[in-house]
Design a protein around this ligand. Structure first.
Ligand SMILES: [Zn+2]
Length: 220
C-alpha cells in the first residue's frame, strides 16, 4: 500500500516533467520462515532403543544371572557406513547377533521405520528382545532340532514375547511385536535362512507371553 501511494505521489509531482521517473524496485517479499521440525522429521530413536535394550537385558539377567549383556551396535545413515562386525557386515534393513563379540547389530534405519508403525515401540522392543534372545541361546549353548535355523528363530521370537510380557504386562506392545513377527515371516521354505511362516512367528511370539517355560518345548 505504501509503495502504491509513493508511486502515485511521484507521478503527480512529476506530471508534465520531461525527466524520466525512476522508482525503487518493490521490496522483495520475505521468504517464509524455515520450519526446522515437522511431524515427518525423523526423531532420534537411539534413546528409545538403548532403553529397550537395557530393559530387555535386565529381564534376561533376572532369569539367568550369568547372562552377559551384549554390546549394542546401532548402525545407520549417520554412523560409519560399512561398519563390519566380526561376523560380517550388517546390511541395511537387517539385525543380527554376533556371538564372536557378543554384540547385537541393528540397522538404525530399519528401527526408525519400525518406530513409525502404529504402536511402533512394540516393534522395536520385539526386535531388540529377539536379538538379545540369540545371545541367550548362544551363552546357554542351546541346541535346536532341524537342519535350518527356523527353530532357533522361532525360539527367539518366543523369548521376545516373554520379555515383552515381563517388561510391559498387559500393554499393546505384545500385539505389535506379534504383528511385527508376522510381517517378518515368509513362505520361503527352501531358504536356509528361513525363519518361519508369518503365522508360526506370530503364534510363537504370543506363546512366549505365557512365560519363559512356554518356550522350552522348542529346545532340543
Ligand atoms: Zn533371529
Amino acid at each position: 500500500m505504501k509503495v502504491l501511494f509513493a508511486v502515485a505521489l511521484a507521478a503527480l509531482a512529476c506530471a508534465g516533467c520531461s525527466a524520466s521517473l525512476t522508482l525503487d524496485p518493490p521490496p522483495t517479499p520475505k521468504p517464509p520462515p524455515v520450519v526446522t521440525a515437522s511431524p515427518s522429521a525423523p526423531k532420534d530413536i537411539r534413546p528409545l532403543i538403548e532403553s529397550q535394550f537395557a530393559q530387555s537385558a535386565s529381564v534376561y539377567r533376572s532369569w539367568w544371572p550369568q547372562y552377559v549383556t551384549p554390546g549394542l551396535h546401532l548402525l545407520g545413515t549417520d554412523s560409519s557406513s560399512g561398519a563390519v562386525s566380526p561376523c560380517g557386515p550388517l546390511s541395511g534393513g537387517d539385525a543380527f547377533y554376533c556371538p564372536t563379540d557378543n554384540g547385537v547389530y541393528l540397522d538404525l534405519g530399519m528401527m526408525q521405520d519400525f518406530s513409525r508403525l502404529p504402536r511402533g515401540d512394540g516393534a522395536t522392543l520385539a526386535t531388540v528382545a529377539h536379538e538379545l534372545g540369540h545371545a541367550w541361546q548362544a551363552q546357554r549353548h542351546l541346541e535346536f532340532s532341524g537342519s535350518t535355523v527356523m527353530n532357533s528363530e522361532l525360539h527367539a521370537d518366543c523369548l521376545s514375547g516373554a520379555v515383552i510380557a515381563a517388561i510391559a504386562p498387559g500393554s499393546d506392545a505384545l500385539a505389535q511385536g506379534a504383528a511385527d513377527a508376522y510381517a517378518s515371516g515368509s513362505m520361503d521354505w527352501t531358504n536356509p535362512q528361513f525363519h518361519g511362516t508369518p503365522t508360526q512367528r506370530r503364534d510363537v511370539t504370543l506363546r512366549g507371553a505365557g512365560g519363559l517355560a512356554a518356550c522350552d518345548s522348542l529346545i532340543r
